[in-house]
Design a protein around this ligand. Sequence first.
Ligand code: ATP
Ligand code: MG
Length: 365
Amino acid sequence: MNLRLVELTKRFFSKHGSILAVNDVNLEIDSGEFFVLLGPSGCGKSTMLNLIAGLEKPTRGEIWFDETLVASASRRVFLPPKERNVAMVFQSYALYPHLTVFENIAFPLRIRRTKEQLIKESVQRVASMLAISELLDRKPAGLSGGQRQRVAIARAIVRKPNIFLLDEPLSNLDAQLRASTRGELKNLQRNLGVTTIYVTHDQIEAMGLGDRIAVLKDGRIVQIGTPDELYENPVNPFVAKFIGSPPMNLFKASINYDKGSFFITVGNKKIKLPDNKAERIMSLKSKDCLIGIRPEHIYINPSGAEETLKGKITSIEPLGKDVLLHISIGENKFTAITPKMRFEEYEIVNVGFDPERIHVFEIQD
Ligand SMILES: Nc1ncnc2c1ncn2[C@@H]1O[C@H](COP(=O)(O)OP(=O)(O)OP(=O)(O)O)[C@@H](O)[C@H]1O
Ligand SMILES: [Mg+2]
């Protein structure tokens, strides 16, 4: 099922005034797509899912499932959740404590008065998909966090929904279980082929799962793209810092023009900016800008002929195969990821930037 949000807006009113939780969002999600909403706490992710599920009414705008209008503020259309046939796994998933795992999963089918034999088959099918077949007789209290999570997912997929809505479903799991469940979830979604919207504030999760990602801030979409597009071409410093780990280095610089090329000055060295950035640079409102370079695109003691700067290592974090170096160059501080070698604190090293990987942003973005 294809999903379309048109000028979708949700304002909450309270004693202390009002909050625009979702602000004029336009979005089209393709049938079968795994779509991720990514953004910091409070940016409106859960509110967007609740609007799609029919748990909240929009203040303005429309929601379409294929050619069906399911919510419109101006046309006074509002289909209740059960008519939308969406399955949701909530941020704090709630299982019924007095029911067995089997009955928890069967619940959505029972309220639809499904035949007993079909219930049995369906529960067994999803339980085996999620490797929880041997837990069906237990109560939730006797399960680990990861097992409960699987039961919540099984309950959501036991009937074929139009859309699958997942609100930070892995946030209660430890790192290892999270990584393995992430892989399974992606396979499961591919096999089911159901349009999925997945909410997270964790960019690693977003990059690993999403066909496309929308980065949200203060109820608005800042950028939509594939994981690679967001990594390669973030539109502003907010996206640049949010995608990639450790975050992109950003520093203020002044751009100068000399003999047909653009330069910035770092420390007391001039660095030439790539010619393919010319258009972007010309569009800047001022020659003062923010320069971005990812830690993995900074080279320490490079052997090639490229220009380097002198930097001082201020601290060293081992990462296994690589090391993360904190380096100061003049006033500016950088992080760099580099293959493991013998480094010492306060050592002076030669620092090279991959010029093709330099990003240029407006300061006020
Ligand atoms: N029922 C409500 N009444 C009033 N304000 C609300 C309500 N629900 C959400 N908000 C506010 O709307 C904004 C968006 O909230 P929302 O829960 O959608 O954020 P979120 O991105 O899911 O955050 P988190 O990552 O912390 O779950 C917040 O400022 C929140 O305080
Ligand atoms: Mg939330």
